[in-house]
Every structure is written in C-alpha cells, then in structure tokens.
Design a protein around this ligand. Structure first.
Ligand SMILES: [Zn+2]
Length: 457
C-alpha cells in the first residue's frame, strides 16, 4: 500500500490516507480542512435519509478525534443499598471453565452456585465461553450478594441475592452503527494491502466475494489496483466493537473500475448489485477456488509457479496450497469424478447443455457422478496428483465441447434486479454511491495535500 504521491521523500510516507487523517489532529490541518469541506458538502447534499446523514458526519468526527485510551467497562449502578460495601472480584472465563472452577480460582466459596444456577434465568451460567467476564461481589461475611456475568460488551446478566435465592436481570445495550471508509492501493496482494488499510479479515473476505465474479484475484490483480470501501462499524461508548457489512465499494483493476452496492430487498434479503442494478453474482465464478485462502498466501512479487510442458495446455493453472477448497464454478451436474494417470483425481461438471468445467490434479474428490452441485459448493481440494509438478488446480472451461480460456471467456449476463424493486433500489442505493464517491474524492485530495506537506519538509 502506498500513497499516490508524486513525491517520495526520506520521511516514511504513511500507508493509509484515512489513518493519516485520524492520526494527526494538528499537523494536517489541510487534510482536515478537506474533510470538513466534504462534511459541508454532505450537509448541503439533498438527502432523504436525514438519520443516515447524521451518522456519516458523526463517523467522520469520530475518526478525526484523537485515539482515546480504552474506556473502562462502565459500572452498572448497584442495585442494593449496601452494595458499595461489597468486596468485588473480577475473573475472566478460561478454556474449559465452569462456574465451579472459576469460583475456586478466584477463592470464592462455591456454596452459592446451586442457588445461582437454580434461579430464574440461571441456566445461562451453564454455558461459559472463554473470554467472558464475571464481577463477583461478596459481603463482610463472605456471602455472594451480587454476580455480574458479562457475556459481551452488549449483554450482561446480573444476579442479586434476595430471600435466600437470587433474582436475575438481563441488561442489553445497543451498539451505534456508523459508516467507516477505507481506501487502499494494492502493492503485493489483496490480503496484505487490505491488512495495511486496517481492514479486518471478514471485510477482506467480503471484498473478495463481492468482486470475485468479475476480477480474478489470482491472475488479474496488479500493483496499483485500488479499492474503496464504505462499511458499517459498530461502536459502544465511543469504542469500536467490530466491523459489519460493506455498504458500497469500488475496485479498480488494471484501469477498469467495478462498483458494487448492498441492497436490502423488500423481503429483507440482501445482495450486492452494480450501480446499474445487475447482480454482482454471476452464473460462473471467475476463480473456482477459495480466493481468500489464496490471496492471503499469495504475493504478486513472487513468481507464480506454473507447470507448462506436461501437455498442450487447454486450461489455466492456479498454484495454491494443498488442501485449498475447490468450488463448483456454477450450478450443474457431476459428469465425471475419477482418477487417471495424467489427470490424477479429476472432476468434470456439466452446466446445462452449453457449458462444461473440468478440475484436475485434485488431492481429494468430494462429489460422485450424477450428483447435482450448487455454485460454490466444495467439490474437492487442491493437490498434485497425476502429471503435476506441485500443488495446483488445472481448470478448463468448455463451450459446446470446445475449450475456451476460462479467464477471458464471455460469461452469461448477470440477472438484473427485479422490476418491482427497481425504483426502491434507485432511491436507496444512489445516495450510498454518491457518498462513496465523495469520500474517494476527499481522500484523494487529502493524499495530495499530504504529499505536498512532505515536500515542504
Ligand atoms: Zn495445467
């Protein structure tokens, strides 16, 4: 990942535009100014989703503020008059813990356990997961008066002693969902570049899934390819909990830009569409492999080892670690599943009358002849059986029995959005795509000012 600066100074240029903006409250007034301008633009923009607009502005403000020290877990107001007099113990659930082992470790008398688990709602104490936390309050005679079972930052159970037993209260909190933006440039692999853009694994995987139909993340990815993402981030008390779904994204591969936007249908289901309303999901996968597994181990700067001389080459070879899942490129029927000296373990799939796909040198086969398969179903794993010099998938694509180049073959057009949803689609997705665009512009300007500053220094 690099900034797209024309200047390469001695100063180490930070890797991500957005983290730059966030990290420098005063040194980068110009960058901040640009973003402020973009906020003003956003405010002026006609937008039906007032609530949403507010959230975006908040997101920017959050990202501009200096990183704060992790806030302590907020203490729930105590429910008993004398609870301030309690002695409090904190304990974290470890692997294999139950309430009894946890109490013993914390030197808490285990006599209360029966009453706790027998209390209404007490059954939740029967399934503890590593990382969960407890706060345990004991009175002066070492009796357990209050127990807080903190399942997550969003959910906790409180047990309060009453009439010889315990009553239970469940406390749930709602995370605030804000929009986050990241932009990155590929220098080695999608995975590494996205990691440097501080994107969590689930978001990187989603990028590969959204654009994997159009872009071959193994062969087509190039240094200088870029991506921008608008995605949900969940916050609690100003602290980030996790990343949710990608809302809108663009990926520029070798000069061609693909855009995608998430749309929730009237029935609640969600899909990614191009701005024109064509499903991002196509009839055939571009790469019939677990892209995430490959890109995470694949580096553009390493030479891709491909066998060439074994036979007249009619397909494409994907070098991949042994055991990498191989997927059915499209839905269809298993036409062959067997072993031969040359092909090793192989699977052939028939897709309707027109198309056939072939998968060679598999380590394991997971399907039988005659079986129907759905798209992206795992049909085998990458291996090096037959005439093969190393673990790879040999993939062939045939149209009416004639071999075609799987990487360039013209594939059937994707389904457009249902006509009944069209108007609603336009209304809800347009503002998101506009937002993505504005952030991209602002981020680019911030980059420009950043490189200008480096030059002055
Ligand atoms: Zn081959």
């Amino acid at each position: 990942m690099r900034l797209e600066s024309r200047f390469k100074g001695p100063q180490r240029i930070p890797e991500l535009v957005w983290s730059v903006i966030r990290r420098f409250p005063q040194a980068h007034l110009f960058a901040a100014l640009t973003v402020s301008l973009c906020i003003v633009l956003l405010l002026l923009m006609p937008n039906r989703l007032d609530q949403d607009k507010r959230q975006v502005v908040e997101a920017i403000e959050l990202k501009l503020s200096a990183p704060s020290a992790p806030a302590p877990m907020p203490i729930i107001p105590h429910l008993q008059q004398d609870s301030l007099a309690l002695r409090w113990h904190s304990e974290r659930v470890r692997n294999g813990d139950n309430l009894s082992t946890l109490f013993q470790r914390a030197n808490i008398p285990t006599s209360a356990i029966f009453n706790l688990t027998a209390s209404p709602g007490g059954e939740v104490l029967g399934n503890l997961y590593p990382g969960e936390r407890f706060r345990i309050g004991l009175d002066s005679s070492n009796q357990l008066r209050e127990l807080e079972y903190i399942k997550s930052p969003l959910m906790r159970y409180i047990f309060i002693s009453q009439d010889g037993g315990y009553r239970t209260e469940k406390r749930e909190r709602k995370a605030e969902v804000l929009l986050g933006f990241r932009q990155g440039v590929i220098t080695d692999s999608l995975y590494n570049s996205a990691k440097r853009a501080q994107l969590p694994d689930n978001i990187i995987m989603e990028v590969a899934n959204i654009f994997g139909w159009d872009i071959d993340f193994v062969f087509d990815i190039r240094e200088g390819d870029r991506f921008s993402l608008l995605f949900e981030e969940r916050y609690l008390d100003g602290e980030k909990l996790d990343a949710g779904d990608i809302i809108a994204a663009s990926f520029t591969n070798r000069g061609k830009t693909f855009r995608a936007v998430r749309y929730q249908h009237s029935d609640g289901s969600t899909l990614y569409y191009s701005p024109e309303g064509l499903s991002m999901r196509k009839t055939f996968l571009r790469t019939p492999l677990d892209i995430f597994r490959i890109t995470s181990g694949f580096n553009l700067r390493r030479k891709h080892p491909i066998h060439k001389k074994i036979k007249a080459h009619r397909g494409v070879d994907y070098a991949a670690p042994r055991g990498t899942p191989v997927y059915a490129a499209g839905k269809g029927k298993v036409a062959a599943s067997g072993f031969s000296k040359a092909n090793g373990n192989y699977v052939f799939l028939q897709h309707g009358q027109t198309y056939m796909t072939k998968y060679l040198h598999l380590h394991e086969r997971k399907v039988r002849v005659g079986q129907t398969v759905s798209q992206r179903m795992m049909i085998g794993t990458v291996g090096s059986t037959g005439y093969s010099t190393g673990p790879h998938l040999h993939y062939e694509f045939l149209v009416h029995g004639v071999h075609q180049n799987p990487r360039t073959v013209k594939l059937p057009q994707a389904d457009p959005i249902d006509a009944k949803e069209r108007e609603r689609f336009e209304q809800t997705t347009k503002p998101l795509l506009v937002k993505l665009n504005i952030y991209e512009q602002a981020s680019r300007q911030a980059t420009a000012s950043e490189s200008g500053k480096a030059y002055v220094n």
